[in-house]
Ligand binder design. Structure first.
Ligand code: PEP
Ligand code: MN
Length: 338
């Protein structure tokens, strides 16, 4: 449930309510908006039948949350959440954040070469996988910690924020020691132990939608992370499985509209894994911006024909640059900025 406080509620009254909620064995989450302060209450709410919180000084209203996701819901936090990614880059506000880089980190020189290009085009976040979720166990599985080292080195050298996937709950400490943003891949969207683990850290988490999951299921997964205490979650639509086989997946652009209405969390689009072909990526990226997405994560490779993974869907730097120029115009028309 959500406790809406009166605009004139004092700190003393707020603290009193928070400690009462805790004494009842529930977890309070305080959210201070520009207009209102509200307290989200998580836990078995039955106890509140005998202790109605409406009567406490400073309380204006107590609203039950009907949606199964509470902390991620718009009801809990009316304004869009703006999340700090590091190096002064924020997502969820007026500025659209573009993350770009290779699917897999292959070696440091190649990573540096690609990173320089994506930075020159206007990307502020460098992507690259060190732990790769491959369909076949015989495919290249990633460089592991060595890859994380390369990512950090290149990110620091060029002043780029870094994002990389963590596949295993046991690696959360390791990956968060190197990367600015931790990605949960689509195949792990419902790996609840992994979600709980990233809920315990404060680094931003990029949560990708499962290829066969609904938007609401994605929001439930995000709820796991917020419930653990980490409110820095960015949602990502990356295409879902449908009967359509012209593209690798079907980009569900409506996920942006739905998630924006149901949740305060930022949402980005991954046009590369949705399309599966580089030539579709600019059109899908434009659709994402027009629809109100807060960012993009795009695969870029300087030699896609030699890439160890996802070369077919990777833009070459010159095409990425061209796309970015077009996106900048579109962002401006939409009242935003890249
Ligand atoms: C990726 O970003 O490299 C990736 C594997 O994405 P997804 O989990 O969406 O397939
Ligand atoms: Mn990939």
């Amino acid at each position: 449930m959500i406790i809406v406080l009166r605009p004139d509620a004092t700190e003393e009254q707020i603290n009193h309510i928070v400690s009462k909620v805790q004494k009842l064995g529930l977890t309070p989450h305080l959210s201070r908006g520009t207009q209102r302060t509200i307290i989200g209450v998580i836990g078995p709410e039955d106890v509140l039948r005998v202790t109605p919180l409406e009567v406490f000084p400073g309380v204006e209203n107590v609203i039950p949350v009907l949606a199964p996701f509470k902390l991620v819901s718009r009801e809990f936090h009316k304004e869009d959440s703006v999340i700090e990614l590091g190096k002064g880059i924020k997502i969820g506000g007026n500025k659209i954040v573009v993350m770009a880089g290779p699917c897999t980190i292959e070696n440091i020189d190649l990573l540096y070469e690609i990173a320089k290009e994506v930075k020159a085009a206007g990307a502020t976040v460098l992507r690259g996988g060190a732990f790769k979720p491959r369909t076949s166990p015989y495919s290249f599985q990633g460089l592991g910690e060595k890859g994380l080292q390369y990512l950090r080195e290149v990110g620091n050298e060029l002043g780029l924020v870094t994002v990389t996937e963590v596949m295993d709950a046991r690696d959360v400490g390791l990956v968060s020691g190197y990367a600015d943003v931790l990605q949960i891949g689509c195949r792990n969207m419902q790996n609840f132990n992994l979600l709980k683990e990233v809920g315990q850290i404060q680094k931003p988490v990029l949560l990708k939608r499962g290829m066969s999951s609904t938007v609401k299921e994605m929001l439930m997964s995000a709820e796991y992370i917020l419930a653990g205490g980490n409110f820095n979650v960015i949602l990502c639509e990356r295409g879902i499985r449908t009967f359509e086989d012209s593209t690798r997946n079907t980009l569900d652009i409506s996920a942006v509209a739905v998630a924006k209405q149901l949740s305060h969390l930022p949402i980005i689009i991954d046009p590369s894994h949705a399309a599966g072909r580089w030539s579709y990526v600019p059109a899908l990226s434009k659709a994402a911006i027009a629809c109100g997405a807060d960012g993009l994560i795009v695969e870029v490779h300087s030699h896609p024909e030699e890439a160890v993974s996802d070369g077919v869907q990777s833009l070459i730097p010159s095409n990425f640059m061209k796309m970015m120029q077009e996106l900048k115009i579109l962002a401006k028309v939409s009242g935003r900025e890249i």
